[in-house]
Design a protein. Structure first.
Ligand SMILES: C[S@@+](CC[C@H](N)C(=O)[O-])C[C@H]1O[C@@H](n2cnc3c(N)ncnc32)[C@H](O)[C@@H]1O
Length: 247
């Protein structure tokens, strides 16, 4: 089995690094997080309970993880990045340090969106326009988007609806779209979509400052996948008809 496929088997369990390396790397992350909060002039720390039946509470990963994700994505000038479940806007502010067309933060929680907007406004060194939307990912219009960031924002119900919206958007406006999924607990749901391809998996090592797995997906052309699916169905039907024909 390839390493990528192995990431999605039911036996796969993410085991955090042993204590000593974990403490050391967490300490470095904490120090760097303080540095970045001060440098950007924003406040994104501290967990927040989110009152929605399918939502995960607010919490974020280290700045270092987000910079590594965006470096890996090799963002381009015409990219539009959306952080689904943006919370206080840490991902949005990191993405806005890169030269991209636009960065959007989407969150279902009005209080978090207010904090996100304030952070987006006051951040120092912004290179791209930012905007925030208070709505569910299940209703968001993905048409302008080329990069989706997911940091374990919700459960299966919303994930299914959001993926359906992305698929519709790709059908209507075929383009290349990539998804970076941190702490990817629902990754098998994405991998099950024919129009998405898992192309890279990060699995944290003992001394890694990236503390959770990150999975990267890219869209296959939905129009071609749908056409091939239809062709396949027709061929199966034709084969069945022929097999029932008296010779
Ligand atoms: C784990 S936090 C992610 C925080 C942020 N992405 C970051 O890394 O800084 C999950 C966020 O998803 C949001 N969320 C949950 N359900 C949502 C939904 N249906 N649509 C949009 N956001 C949602 C929560 O309000 C919460 O802020």
């Amino acid at each position: 089995m390839s390493t990528i496929a192995a990431e999605l088997t039911p036996e796969y369990r993410f085991a955090p690094a042993p204590k000593f390396p974990r403490y050391c790397t967490s300490l470095v992350n904490r120090a760097c997080d303080l540095f970045w909060e001060a440098r950007l002039g924003i406040h994104t720390t501290g967990g927040v309970f989110v009152q929605h039946h399918d939502a995960r509470d607010y919490g974020c990963l280290a700045y270092d993880t987000y910079f590594k994700i965006f470096d890996r994505l090799e963002l381009k000038l015409d990219d539009v990045v959306v952080d689904i479940g943006c919370g206080k806007g840490r991902v949005v502010c990191v993405a806005a340090k890169y030269l991209v067309k636009e960065v959007i933060g989407v969150d279902i929680d009005a209080y978090l969106v207010t904090l996100g907007k304030a952070n987006g406004k006051r951040m120092r060194g912004r290179q791209a326009p930012v905007r925030f939307a208070c709505q569910s990912a299940a209703d968001f219009d993905f048409d302008p988007v080329t990069i989706v960031v997911l940091i374990s924002p919700f459960g299966e119900e919303t994930m299914e609806k959001m993926l359906a919206r992305i698929e519709q958007s790709l059908e209507a406006r075929p383009r290349s779209l990539r998804i970076a999924y941190g702490n990817p607990v629902l990754s098998p749901m994405l991998a099950a979509k024919r129009w998405l391809k898992l192309y890279e998996c990060w699995r944290p090592g003992r001394w890694s400052r990236v503390k959770f797995p990150v999975h990267f997906y890219r869209s296959a052309c939905v129009v071609i996948v749908t056409a091939l699916q239809k062709l396949n169905e027709r061929l199966e039907l034709a084969a069945e008809t022929i097999s029932h024909c008296p010779v």
